[in-house]
Design a protein around this ligand. Structure first.
Ligand code: AP5
Length: 213
């Protein structure tokens, strides 16, 4: 199964992709996580990506496409994988289709996470992420037991640079302009399913499970 989690920033794609890994052992390929890890390691790629990410802009295809191509060929992905945050433009979707044709594979399903912009702003501005194990928390909906400390590993919790209010607005704008057209792209291929991602996380997991059947 190769599935794409499609949806605006903060709609819960990362949360659900991590659950799918735990429950169904489907590897999560998240371009956002890969880029943040490159930034943390201080690589040249990370330095280039950071200047776009901190402004809420898309990182150039020349950087992200290579990351996905490399990971999709790993042994652990041979039974399938979940794409989280890729593709984000029609051009990336077309490149992905061709990449998978070359590997004798195809996208099976794209699932659209539907959440209002108002709720997204609340989720993103309250999000805190562990610097060590990347577990996510939310100051109101899923707070850690001890403020600023990860429940899982004791790591430090931080707010992402791109979760500042003005950057959130920019990311939402970029989503509506660049990524939303993918809804029609996958609907026209008969691969799109919509889910109500404004429900609590367990209900979203159930809806996602049905959408992937
Ligand atoms: P990326 O990391 O992909 O960010 P995003 O798509 O903007 O998505 P988020 O990670 O912000 O949100 P999410 O939908 O995963 O929600 P989450 O589960 O975290 O990309 C970051 C940047 O990298 C981009 O802006 C761009 O610059 C660059 N980039 C990445 N991919 C690229 C590409 N393909 N091309 C070019 N550039 C690229 O949840 C959010 C919060 O809500 C959390 O606090 C969580 O606890 C909470 N929450 C989750 N589910 C629920 C629920 N059901 N109810 C209540 N709260 C919930």
């Amino acid at each position: 199964m190769i599935a794409i989690l499609l949806g605006p920033p903060g709609s819960g794609k990362g949360t659900q992709a991590k659950r799918l890994w735990k429950e169904r052992h489907l590897p999560q390929l998240s371009t956002g996580d890969m880029l943040r890890s490159a930034i943390q390691s201080g690589t040249q790629l990370g330095v280039e990506a950071k200047s776009f990410m901190d402004r809420g802009l898309l990182v150039p295809d020349s950087i992200v496409v290579g990351l996905i191509e490399e990971r999709s060929k790993e042994d652990r992905c041979k039974e399938g994988f979940i794409l989280d945050g890729f593709p984000r433009t029609i051009s990336q979707a077309q490149t992905l289709d061709q990449m998978l044709i070359d590997q004798n594979r195809k996208v099976d399903r794209a699932v659209l996470f539907e959440v209002s912009d108002e709720e997204l702003v609340c989720r993103l501005s309250g999000r805190r992420t562990c610097t060590q194990c990347h577990t996510m928390f939310h100051m109101e909906h899923a707070p850690p037991h001890v403020s600023g400390v990860c429940d899982q590993c004791g790591g430090k919790l931080i707010q992402r640079n791109d979760d500042q209010p003005e950057v959130i607005q920019k990311r939402l704008l970029v989503y509506h302009r660049e990524t939303k057209p993918l809804v029609d792209f996958y609907a026209n291929q008969g691969k799109l399913k919509n889910i109500d991602a404004s429900q609590r996380a367990d209900a979203v997991s159930e809806a996602l499970g049905r959408a992937l059947q």
